[in-house]
Ligand binder design. Structure first.
Ligand SMILES: NC(=O)c1ccc[n+]([C@@H]2O[C@H](COP(=O)([O-])OP(=O)(O)OC[C@H]3O[C@@H](n4cnc5c(N)ncnc54)[C@H](OP(=O)(O)O)[C@@H]3O)[C@@H](O)[C@H]2O)c1
Length: 270
């Protein structure tokens, strides 16, 4: 019997975590979303009768709502939490296809995009970890998982000249460092802080590319193929979540504290 908090569970990978974990009635699954009525409606439609799902409202960029979500989580669980899965992220196509020097031709827009990525994908995650760590310390599993990205592997970017998704990648590198810093503080209390990349997952982000975006996307996927010759396109959220849950279950403070791993449990990203 385990308790889970998952952020960004309204859709995509977060929804797949919700679907998988709530299929076990002995789990308590608390999801934090921006649109509570919309998520409750989807849960009622797709998972009728799953009384182990609790939907809380919060915006990662609004500290007060996160604070309330932590308080409400404690009321549901009795004050503890086994797993925090920090999945929600700011994702925009603005920086996804052009290299950083091209983005810099509009310095105001680049600065806004960098700050928006940093605010949600790094600063807000740090607030989330700080607010939920007291509950995690009272839990049995004691695992805090940040969903990061292979884009945050500096060696990979340098070796394969991955020039796209700059603001996003920078914010995820910072997230990985935040995980390492939290681990430095709390590994002695038995808390595992770990970041995991889900692989390349089809959550609809590449469904409606413009003519301008297509060359950047094609080039990115060609580099993915160069890195992993067996790569034949994105996986499903359900498959990625199954892989990540295996990694989460097998990870321990002793061998994985503060690490950044892929859905394969190593540093092979695709
Ligand atoms: N898909 C991939 O191939 C891939 C690859 C590497 C890493 N990742 C990582 O995997 C995670 C999930 O990605 P995804 O593809 O499933 O993304 P997605 O389908 O775009 O879902 C993003 C989720 O984050 C939520 N969110 C965004 N901003 C928020 C905020 N300020 N406060 C609260 N919730 C917020 C969204 O809620 P709303 O519904 O309210 O907008 C949504 O539930 C992210 O951390 C992403 O960086 C994905």
């Amino acid at each position: 019997m385990s308790s889970y908090v998952i952020t960004g569970a309204s859709r995509g990978i977060g929804w797949a975590f919700l679907s998988n974990l709530s299929s076990n009635p002995s789990n308590t699954v608390i999801v934090i979303v921006r649109n509570k009525p919309g998520t409750e409606k989807r849960v009622a439609q797709e998972f009728p009768g799953r009384a182990n799902i609790h939907v809380l409202q919060a915006d990662l960029n609004d500290y007060k709502t996160l604070e309330t979500a932590a308080t409400d989580t404690a009321k549901i669980t009795g004050g503890s939490l086994d797993y925090l899965i920090a999945n929600a992220a700011y994702l925009t196509t603005w920086d996804h296809f052009d290299p950083i020097g091209t983005l810099g031709k509009n310095p105001t827009a680049l600065e806004e995009n960098l700050l928006a990525n940093f605010k949600t994908n790094t600063v807000a995650q740090i607030h989330l970890f700080n607010l939920f760590t007291p509950l995690i310390l009272r839990g049995a599993a004691k695992k805090v998982i940040a969903i990061s990205s292979g884009h945050a592997d500096i060696d990979l970017v340098a070796k394969f000249n991955l020039g796209n998704a700059s603001s996003y990648a920078i914010s995820k590198v910072a997230l990985n460092m935040a995980i390492a810093k939290f681990s430095a503080q709390y590994h002695g209390d038995g808390v595992l802080f770990l970041s995991i990349s889900p692989g390349v997952v089809d959550t609809g982000h590449f469904d409606h590319l413009t003519e301008e975006q297509l060359p950047g996307a094609t080039s990115m996927f060609a580099k993915f193929k160069e890195y992993a010759p067996t790569f034949n396109g994105a996986t499903t959220p359900e498959g990625s979540v199954k892989d990540m849950l295996d990694v989460i279950e097998n990870a321990t403070v002793e061998k994985d504290a503060g690490a950044s791993l892929s859905h394969k449990g190593n540093r092979t990203w695709i």
